[in-house]
Design a protein around this ligand. Structure first.
Ligand code: SAM
Length: 261
């Protein structure tokens, strides 16, 4: 089976809930501090998801600026439109990262958070980002390296099997370590890279890892020999560790800032 994670109603709602957590709020504040959107700028949010970042970008650029937000999932677009309804300088519409369909040099800045891992043609998508940015425009990408995951489990072999099956949820589980040469080839100069560690030392439903746990439990059955019972036992193990004060999760996400030459 090779189908990656689909952003259907159930998954999109779960991701929307995860993005309300303090862990996700911290990530958005890192993105905004690196990208530095300014009043009056035109910014593109590629793969806007439920629209939290687009609405925060809109607050930064103000009504004299403009935010275009695109996503390939109709459900995510519905959530983003609702979230940005009161902000007429935000335009939310269907679009593919590899074919965003805007004019050359239309944007001052682009943000794309946890999207390019899902895009098969990353090279083409980065070339398109360079095309629609003005010279000197900024690109901010966030991507996860899934080999960086540390998750305490009673059954380490089962954890390895489940995480291996979850690697199928996206096209590029190791994108951060390959990204800088790809950025250069597409016409960017990488300027900064910051690591954001998602770390949870307790099991709490309002955290990144609790949301991820449920996404994984639903995704892995039928992949790489993992069945539903094994996925449920894996999830119970982690929640049980939480109940007895033995929970630990950590994962590295990387924020890259690059400038179009
Ligand atoms: C993990 S979510 C991140 C959402 C959002 N960027 C955020 O951080 O709040 C990934 C998003 O990328 C979108 N996506 C995946 N592949 C895409 C593509 N080729 N073009 C546009 N959007 C895409 C999905 O529909 C989903 O909304």
């Amino acid at each position: 089976m090779t189908r990656t994670l689909g952003f259907d109603e159930e998954t999109s709602r779960r991701i929307e809930a995860m993005y309300r957590s303090p862990d996700a709020i911290r990530r958005r504040s890192l993105v905004l501090s690196l990208l530095e959107p300014r009043s009056g700028e035109r910014v593109l949010d590629v793969g806007c998801g439920p629209g939290f970042l687009a609405s925060e970008l809109a607050a930064a650029v103000g009504p004299h600026g403009r935010v275009d937000a695109i996503d390939s999932s109709p459900v995510m677009l519905g959530l983003a439109k609702a979230r940005c309804e009161a902000l007429p300088w935000v335009a939310v519409r269907e679009g593919d990262a590899a074919r965003p369909g805007f004019d050359d040099a239309a944007f001052d800045a682009i943000a794309s958070v946890q999207v390019h891992e899902y895009v098969r043609d990353v090279e083409g998508s980065l070339r398109e980002a360079a095309r629609v940015l003005r010279p000197g425009g900024r690109l901010l990408l966030v991507a996860t390296d899934w080999d960086s995951i540390v998750w305490a489990a009673d059954d380490a072999a089962r954890m390895a099997r489940v995480l291996s099956a979850f690697d199928e949820h996206l096209a590029h589980p190791d994108l951060p370590r390959r990204l800088e040469p790809l950025l250069r080839d597409a016409g960017f100069e990488p300027r900064r890279c910051e690591v954001l560690v998602q770390m949870n030392r307790v099991y709490d439903p309002n955290t990144f890892s609790a949301g991820l746990l449920e996404l994984i439990r639903r995704f892995v059955p039928g992949r790489r020999g993992v069945d539903r019972d094994e996925a449920d036992a894996w999830a119970d193990d982690l929640r049980g560790r939480g109940a007895r004060g033995a929970y630990f999760f950590s994962l590295n996400q990387y924020a890259f800032l690059a400038v179009k030459l």
